[in-house]
Write a protein that binds this ligand. Structure first.
Ligand SMILES: *[C@@H]1O[C@H](CO)[C@@H](O)[C@H](O)[C@H]1NC(C)=O
Ligand SMILES: [Cu+2]
Length: 160
């Protein structure tokens, strides 16, 4: 009896742990149909979105017209393009969000950032199982909460 219960617990824990890490990450096309361009309000675009580790940002633009630099807070505020380091220039730049916290991106072409507001700052949420890819939807969080409760209940049952 006890052995059977232990097997159930181990099975449930395994499923609860493995499933979320295989959940599909969300891919966000920055600016949606507008892509990465001047005179677009990227803060307004980002404000109702929740970004999680494992999600991807896709910067779409005509190569040569724009580019993407990941910068720090002060360079973001002053629109200072790094002299060293590589900007992204492919026109279809995919950035995977690997760590929680604020991420700042600017266009380094001309005065696109300073005069035309081509800049984006987002906040990446940490995950329950960081640093593994975290679930990215309310559904998966609900699922994880449910499974956690199931695991706790099963563990308690096993003890008695
Ligand atoms: C921000 O980045 C710039 C350019 O890479 C660098 O010179 C500066 O020291 C950085 N500032 C902070 C606060 O890290
Ligand atoms: Cu630009």
């Amino acid at each position: 009896m006890t052995t059977f219960r232990h097997i159930v617990v181990v099975f449930v824990v395994s499923v609860a742990t493995l499933l979320p890490s295989t959940a599909m990450a969300t891919e966000y096309v920055v600016g949606d149909d507008n892509g990465w361009t001047i005179n677009f309000d990227y803060q307004n675009w980002a404000k109702d979105k929740e970004f999680y580790i494992g999600d991807k940002l896709v910067f779409k633009y005509q190569p040569g017209v724009h580019n993407v630099y990941k910068v720090n807070a002060s360079s973001f505020a002053s629109c200072t393009v790094p002299t060293l380091g590589s900007g992204l220039t492919s026109g279809h730049d995919v950035v995977t969000l690997m760590t929680p916290g604020k991420k700042w991106y600017i266009c380094g072409v001309g005065k696109h950032c300073a005069d035309f507001n081509q800049k984006l700052v987002i906040n990446v949420q940490g995950g329950w199982f960081a640093p593994a890819p975290a679930p990215n939807s309310a559904t998966m969080y609900g699922y994880q909460t449910f499974m956690t409760v199931v695991v706790i209940v099963l563990s308690i049952i096993t003890v008695f």
